[in-house]
Structures are given as structure tokens and as C-alpha cells.
Design a protein around this ligand. Structure first.
Ligand code: UDX
Length: 450
């Protein structure tokens, strides 16, 4: 058992990390500045939707395996290892904003009094660990008072706990053997499949690859992973665009692609593009790092450009259906979060699409199962509900934007009874195309024509 502090513990990465480490049997002090979120977490409630999180958190609260505080010095006092999980959003030029990481490091410099391993969990540009080390070294001695480690996260929103307890790999970047052994000790229960509360996703049978490398390679691996995922999405969106032009069927193309074991069929769904707080941010940060080191990331610029153009593709489909004037046209958007299975609307392309349609005078109504409150908090003028019938009723255009299974089960004859035959844009290939055809509804599937 290790005494662990998580700084930024109420954020998306920090919360999953804190709960996960506590479930492994470590004593976790989770620190954050957001009082409202801290209060919720102490009652077992989370503002961040994560499948299974609240029940596990409640059990951990009961056995006092995790505590929540707004006092960083308390977290430092209680801990031998500190995970930094604060946000690193994009600056206007695409570089990562490290101000929160730097502020934490400056406070740790003044607070650490005995050997502490500082683990950077936040996704940070290559070289950031040197910045943290330099700050701590202003008052402390590396190797005696502290060591800094890179331990990047590979969590997907909505399935973060699954990704924590059944990771495809654990990567630790460090120079210090002492620090590496501390991290091995921390993750040993995960590798052994032993937890102090019931975790459904633990599979002690499966071997979790544990990779130790240097800090730079660990940080760059994280960026490379997200850059590849973004590239994969822009790749399939570009194939979908070409397929539409020449009369192809994107579902069949993806099936054929995926049968090549070097390619695989996962993560090849065309759509409005990659949204969310990670892929775009990390890709832009990687492009910035490349440029700062006089290397021209031509391909990654193309990945970004395709993603920007994808929103235009969807808008063009809408205007092609209802004419260039969207004024007072009733348009239903199915899916407001940046993807299905999350309540996170940060960098949601559905919200960007809403803003474009609203600014052209359209009457927009949005549907989401989890993110209605978050969407209307972000856009108070947005009409949104989790009542799907209310959204579909009277719509002239219906745009399916995420692949929530509820959209595959829409009762199209019922929709027609409302007296309007809506034009349907299926950006994810999620809708029941046979039912649409049998109900004489005109629809467009991104990537397939005819
Ligand atoms: C991503 C990475 O998957 C995760 O490993 C990393 O730690 C954080 O960033 P996340 O942003 O939560 O996770 O969502 P993800 O499921 O990757 O989807 C990102 C975006 O790509 C969403 O907008 C989603 O709709 C879109 N997407 C995903 C597609 O358009 N097609 C796909 O096939 C998959």
C-alpha cells in the first residue's frame, strides 16, 4: 500500500486515476480546487459521467480509502507519491497550456519535505518533465528529495475505469531506478488483479504489458497514440468523402479494410470528425513541438484540415436538402456530447454544428441521453431534451451525429405520422436504413451514395 496524492483529482483524468489507485488498495488523498465537485465526490457523486464510477466511489468512501481536499499541502503531507493530473488545454497557437502544471510544481517545490515521487499523469509536451524538475530543483535535490516520472494515461471518456483496470499497456518513463520501483509497487495489485473493492473489469488472467522507458519516450508515446487515432479518423473520413463521389458503400469498405489484421476494423467509423478535449488538443501540441524543433509535420496538418472540413461536409448535406436558406428550418441534432456514452460537451462538433445552424437562423433542437444539462449550460439558447420523440416530432431535417444505439431503434413510421417527411443525414451509419427506405424517407449516409 502506498500513500498517494492526486492533484487535479476532481477532473476527468484525476478522478479515474484516484478512484482506480484507491481500488488497488492505496491510500489516496485527492486534491482539487473545485469545491462543488469535491462536495459531490464526498457523497459518492460525480459530475463526470463514467460507467460504474459512482458505485465504486461510494464503497471507497465508506472504507475511507480515498479522501477529498482542496488543500494541496494536505495532499503532500499525506503522500509519498503525487500524481499531477491537472488540465493542459490548448493555447491559441496550438501549444499546450502548462500554467496549471507549473503552478502545481512551484507549490510542491515549497511543500515537499521528504523523498516524494512526482508522477506527471497529465498529457504534457516533450520536455515538460524537465521544467517540473527544474522548478523542484530550485529548493530540493533530485534523487534525494524527489524524482519526476512520466506515466501517461490512455483513458477514453465514458469508459475510463475499464481503461484503468484493463489497460492495453502501462507506460512509465523515468531515469531513476528508485522511482521506477515505486511505480512498479503501485501498479503491482493491478498486474496481480487484486483490489480492495469489487471491480467487474479486472481480469487477472490477462497479462498487462508494463513498459519502462525514458521520460521523453513516454511523453511522446502518448502524443503518438492520440495523433494516430486522429489520423485514423481523418483517414476514414477522407475515404468516405471519396467513396461518396464515386458511388461506394463505406460500410462495405470498412469491412473489407478491417479484415487486414494490420489494419483492423476498430476506430474506423466516419462521422462529423473527432471532437472532445483530447485528440485535437494533443495533435495541435504535437504539431507545435515539431515546428519548435524545425520539423514540418505535413501529415498531421492534413489530419487537422480534414477534420475542419468534415463539419462543412455535414452542413453542405443539410443545405443540399433544404436549400441555402436555413432560416426557421426545424433541424434535429441527435447527439450533443462529443461522442456517445459521455456527458462531456467540451469541443463537441455537434455543438459547433448547432452554432453554425443557429447563426443561419435555423430552429435547432438537440437530443442527448446524458449531456442535455451540460449542452444547455454551454449554450443557454439551445433547445435540448433527452425525449427523442419530442426532438423528432416536426423536424424537417434530422442529423444523426453520434452512434448511440437508441438512434438505430427509431420508429420511423411513427415519425412520418407527424405529417412531415424529414430529410435525414446519418453521419455515423447508425440508423436503420431498411426502415427508412420502406417508409419512403429520403436519407444521406456519410460515405455512401445512392
Ligand atoms: C481519446 C483516446 O481514445 C484516448 O485513448 C485518450 O486517452 C484520450 O483521447 P476520447 O477523446 O475520450 O479518447 O474519445 P474517443 O473515443 O477516442 O473519440 C474521440 C472522437 O473521435 C469523438 O468525437 C468520436 O466521436 C470520434 N470518433 C471515434 C470517430 O469519429 N470515429 C471513430 O471510429 C472513433
Amino acid at each position: 500500500m502506498t500513500n498517494i496524492g492526486v492533484i487535479g483529482g476532481a477532473g476527468y483524468v484525476g478522478l479515474v486515476t484516484g478512484v482506480g489507485l484507491a481500488a488497488l488498495g492505496h491510500k489516496v488523498t485527492s486534491m482539487d480546487l473545485d469545491q462543488e465537485r469535491l462536495a459531490m465526490l464526498r457523497t459518492g457523486k460525480s459530475a463526470v459521467y463514467e460507467d460504474g464510477l459512482e458505485s465504486i466511489l461510494s464503497r471507497l468512501n465508506e472504507i475511507e480509502q480515498i479522501t477529498f481536499t482542496d488543500d494541496q499541502s494536505e495532499a503532500v503531507r499525506n503522500s509519498d507519491v503525487l500524481f499531477i493530473a491537472v488540465g493542459t488545454p490548448s493555447l491559441s497557437d496550438g501549444a499546450a497550456d502548462l500554467s496549471a502544471v507549473i503552478a502545481v510544481a512551484e507549490q510542491l517545490r515549497d511543500e515537499i519535505s521528504e523523498y516524494t515521487v512526482v508522477v506527471v499523469k497529465s498529457t504534457v509536451p516533450v520536455g515538460t518533465l524537465n521544467v517540473v524538475t527544474d522548478i523542484l530543483s530550485q529548493k530540493l535535490t533530485e534523487g534525494e528529495d524527489f524524482d519526476v516520472v512520466s506515466n501517461p494515461e490512455f483513458l477514453r471518456e465514458g469508459s475510463g475505469l475499464i481503461d484503468f483496470f484493463a489497460p492495453s499497456r502501462i507506460i512509465v518513463g523515468a531515469a531513476s531506478e528508485r522511482a521506477k520501483s515505486v511505480l512498479r509497487e503501485i501498479y503491482k495489485p493491478l498486474l496481480d488483479g487484486t483490489t480492495v473493492v469489487d471491480i467487474p473489469w479486472i481480469d487477472s488472467a490477462c497479462e498487462i504489458p508494463y513498459v519502462e522507458t525514458d521520460a521523453t519516450s513516454a511523453q511522446l508515446t502518448k502524443y503518438a497514440a492520440n495523433a494516430y487515432l486522429a489520423t485514423r479518423i481523418s483517414f476514414i473520413n477522407e475515404i468516405a468523402g471519396i467513396s461518396e463521389k464515386v458511388g461506394g458503400n463505406i460500410d462495405d469498405i470498412v469491412e473489407g479494410l478491417g479484415l487486414d489484421p494490420r489494419i483492423g476494423s476498430g476506430y474506423l467509423q466516419p462521422g462529423i470528425g473527432f471532437g472532445g478535449p483530447c485528440l485535437d488538443k494533443d495533435l495541435r501540441a504535437l504539431i507545435t513541438v515539431a515546428r519548435e524543433n524545425y520539423y514540418d509535420p505535413v501529415m498531421f496538418n492534413g489530419v487537422l484540415q480534414r477534420n475542419e472540413l468534415q463539419l462543412r461536409e455535414v452542413i453542405n448535406k443539410i443545405t443540399a436538402a433544404v436549400g441555402p436558406s436555413l432560416y426557421q428550418k426545424r433541424i434535429a441534432l441527435l447527439g450533443l456530447a462529443f461522442k456517445e456514452g459521455t456527458n462531456d460537451v467540451r469541443h463537441s462538433l455537434s455543438i459547433r454544428l448547432y452554432r453554425v445552424l443557429r447563426d443561419q437562423g435555423a430552429s435547432v433542437i438537440g437530443h442527448d441521453l446524458l449531456a442535455v444539462d451540460e449542452a444547455t449550460e454551454l449554450e443557454p439558447d439551445l433547445e435540448a431534451t433527452s425525449n427523442l420523440d419530442a426532438v423528432l416530432n416536426g423536424a424537417e431535417v434530422i442529423v444523426a451525429l453520434n452512434s448511440d444505439s437508441v438512434y438505430a431503434e427509431i420508429d420511423w413510421p411513427q415519425v412520418k405520422l407527424a405529417g412531415i417527411s424529414p430529410y435525414i443525414v446519418d453521419t455515423r451509419g447508425i440508423l436503420d436504413h431498411r426502415a427508412l427506405t420502406s417508409n419512403d424517407l429520403i436519407f444521406d449516409v456519410l460515405g455512401s451514395s445512392g
